[in-house]
Design a protein around this ligand. Sequence first.
Ligand SMILES: NC(=O)C1=CN([C@@H]2O[C@H](COP(=O)(O)OP(=O)(O)OC[C@H]3O[C@@H](n4cnc5c(N)ncnc54)[C@H](O)[C@@H]3O)[C@@H](O)[C@H]2O)C=CC1
Ligand SMILES: O=C([O-])CC(=O)C(=O)O
Length: 328
Amino acid sequence: MVKVVICGAAGGIGQPLSLLLKQSDLISHLALYDVVNAAGVAADLSHINTKSKVTGHGKESMDEALKNAHTVVIPAGVPRKPGMTRDDLFKINAGIVRDLAEGVVRNCPNAFVLVISNPVNSTVPIVCEVFKKHGIFNPKRVFGISTLDVVRSSRFVSEVNPKIDPATRVTVVGGHSGVTIVPLLSKLPHGFVDSLSKEQLDALTHRIQYGGDEVVKAKDGAGSATLSMAYAGARFTLALLDAVIGGKQGLIESTYVNLDADPQATASFKEKTGLEYFAQDVEFGPEGVSRILPLPTVSAYEQTLLDNAFPELKANISKGVSFITESA
Ligand SMILES: NC(=O)C1=CN([C@@H]2O[C@H](COP(=O)(O)OP(=O)(O)OC[C@H]3O[C@@H](n4cnc5c(N)ncnc54)[C@H](O)[C@@H]3O)[C@@H](O)[C@H]2O)C=CC1
Ligand SMILES: O=C([O-])CC(=O)C(=O)O
């Protein structure tokens, strides 16, 4: 029995994400939780003739939704409007994510938890701190979904150089906001980076780091990326399930994790940077994180991007941590 719960399932991301996950035979029960309209979305999806059962759970039924879940995906919360940063969402989304994490503690303490709600750089530490407080923290099972940064990088790179297939994976490290998003383009084939002028490389890097803003601006007050995020979220969730349930080996995705998920691999990085969380390529295994891949040798250009990312990332992490440790 593989029960996957989507928290925020009736939202802009939640609906298409639920639709994509409904297509997977790895899932036997898709439980849709939202404070509004969960029943309607569930009734609609439940008519699709794939294997999983679909149930809807409204405002008062969080515990019922989360009971014995295998995997919990969290796109609950408010999205940005033009002029806002992801950090501006902290005020509302921090409490939403904390309450959902408390629900996980009560109902499915061994679940894999996949966080989409922004600001991811802070909401993942919030989930981890709630779990630490209750003595159930397993860093191999909590993930910040930064896959959209990888998806965008692949797409934008292929637009700059049509020789590069849009399915080519780009390693993106750091975090999920502005300067903390660090694409390692020097690892791409066909001498990709060397073929670009400094201006072209700057423009491409900026487009990847601020891709979210393009969508926020185009939607003009009606929210942020939902469809591309649902695609990225489904890709991540299904890769994890393929490894955990399907036993597939060698599956790798960039994801924002607590570095204790692989203490040996990350000890010297942690000591050098003082960071407890970082997005990096992770290989999945039956326990979730099987290993965190070593940070590849980076170019001087990428080292500067990393140096710019570290202070902001550190501030985002401590904001999330103190939200839990300094509350009564
Ligand atoms: N990690 C990433 O790459 C990305 C993250 N996001 C983030 O995802 C979040 C959701 O975005 P959208 O789906 O566009 O927003 P939305 O407003 O369309 O949907 C959010 C849903 O969450 C529900 N919700 C609110 N409070 C809840 C609670 N306490 N429990 C359960 N459900 C609750 C709402 O009723 C709504 O249906 C935002 O924080 C956004 O910034 C968006 C795009 C990419
Ligand atoms: O930009 C936003 O607010 C939503 C998001 O995280 C993204 O599209 O990468």
